[in-house]
Design a protein around this ligand. Structure first.
Ligand SMILES: Nc1ncnc2c1ncn2[C@@H]1O[C@H](COP(=O)(O)OP(=O)(O)OP(=O)(O)O)[C@@H](O)[C@H]1O
Ligand SMILES: [Mg+2]
Length: 355
């Protein structure tokens, strides 16, 4: 099972760098999601890897094979990859078994009985045993999605490429299919690039997530890394909700904003320089006004959400207004005076703030 290396990859459309110096290493057997907003270059990256597009600069190496470089592109059919599209692209006039078996027929080399056995086996693996003689129109959305997966797997690709394969499904089924895709990945362990703009989907499915911003990787890491330690403002805001605080570093581990001082556990701030922090709403707590170490604030808005309460709290002595999420016990109303406890571990310095 080979890994994938994308090195300095560039693809321009006119002046626009759809992919603009993208570096990414996917380990053998790993599933990496490309996550980012519309237009950030996810599909273009996938099409470069599949060989449908030729890069303007950079290279794509899979295992020991250099598959793409400007002017030297191995065609898609010689890449040992399979791609699953958003629309599934199943042939409506072919049965499930014919759809799945098509790639084997085109490739040749197997007799009919062998082909049929392989198709039956892979249909069973995606839990569609017995569905071979149905037509795609006679299946649910989730079943069609699994036929598309079976059709990709039957040719035993080294690399699997998926472009928003769940976006056609309704919300409930989409959630179920996330686990299904993860289970399939654990069964087959094929090196996979998975494109999505849905952060929850990426978090459930991936070994690691590459957050893309304007054609580059802004950050690569596990869901936990990216959520807890976002490196830039863009990543912090794109993954979950957060509070962004701007201030001036007073020392290596303190920033000030008005009269408010915030401690940063990781340290490394550049004293005297502007610094920015990300603080997740659930990483803070409301306390009694006079609690030791707490900052004083006033509740501006309180929204009861059933499993949590979402507060907007203005900190005294600064322009900072924080969103704080707490467990739902005894919600406080607007106007209440509170203490806010902000543990230093909750304060994550963003790019440019640290040496
Ligand atoms: N064939 C093309 N000709 C010109 N511009 C293109 C072409 N394909 C993509 N682009 C541009 O390149 C950029 C990246 O497009 P891409 O399709 O890779 O985005 P994406 O991240 O997949 O977005 P989405 O989430 O909307 O699918 C966009 O600005 C897009 O308009
Ligand atoms: Mg796309």
């Amino acid at each position: 099972m080979p890994g994938i290396s994308l090195r300095g990859l560039v693809k321009r459309y006119g002046q626009v760098g759809a992919v603009d110096g993208l570096d990414l290493e996917v380990a053998p057997g790993e599933l990496v999601s490309l996550l980012g907003p519309s237009g950030c270059g996810k599909t273009t990256t996938l099409r470069l890897v599949a060989g449908f597009l030729s890069p303007d600069a950079g290279e794509i190496v899979v295992g020991e094979r250099r598959l793409s470089a400007p002017g030297a592109v191995v065609p898609p059919e010689r890449r040992r990859m399979a791609m699953i599209f958003q629309s599934y692209a199943l042939w409506p006039h072919m049965t499930v078994a014919q759809n799945v078996g098509y790639g084997l027929r085109v490739r040749g080399g197997l007799g009919r009985a062998e082909r049929e056995a392989r198709v039956r086996e892979v249909l069973a693996r995606v839990q569609l045993a017995g569905y071979g003689s149905r037509y795609p129109g006679e299946l649910s959305g989730g079943q069609q999605q699994r036929v598309a997966v079976a059709r990709a797997l039957v040719v035993e690709p080294e690399i699997l490429l998926l472009d928003e394969p769940l976006s056609n499904l309704d919300a409930n089924l989409r959630e179920e299919m996330r686990f299904e895709i993860r289970r399939l990945h654990e069964t087959f362990a094929i090196t996979t690039l998975y494109v999505t703009h849905d952060q929850a989907e990426a978090m459930v499915i991936s070994d690691r997530i590459a957050v893309l911003e304007r054609g580059r990787v802004a950050q690569l890491g596990t869901a936990h890394d990216i959520f807890e330690r976002p490196r830039t403002r863009f990543v912090a805001e794109f993954i979950g909700r957060t509070n962004l605080i701007d201030g001036i570093a007073e020392s290596a581990d303190t920033i000030v904003c008005g009269t408010v001082r915030l401690r940063v556990a990781s340290g490394g701030l550049k004293p005297g320089q502007p610094a920015a922090l990300s603080i997740r709403p659930h990483a803070m707590a409301l306390t009694a006004v006079m609690a030791p170490g707490a900052l004083a604030g006033d509740i501006r808005r309180a929204s009861y959400l059933g499993d949590a309460v979402d507060y907007e709290v203005a900190l005294e002595g600064s322009p900072i207004v924080l969103r704080i999420t707490t467990p739902p016990s005894a919600p406080l109303g607007p106007g209440a005076r509170v203490g806010v406890s902000i543990p230093p571990e909750a304060c994550v310095p963003l790019a440019g703030s640290i040496q």
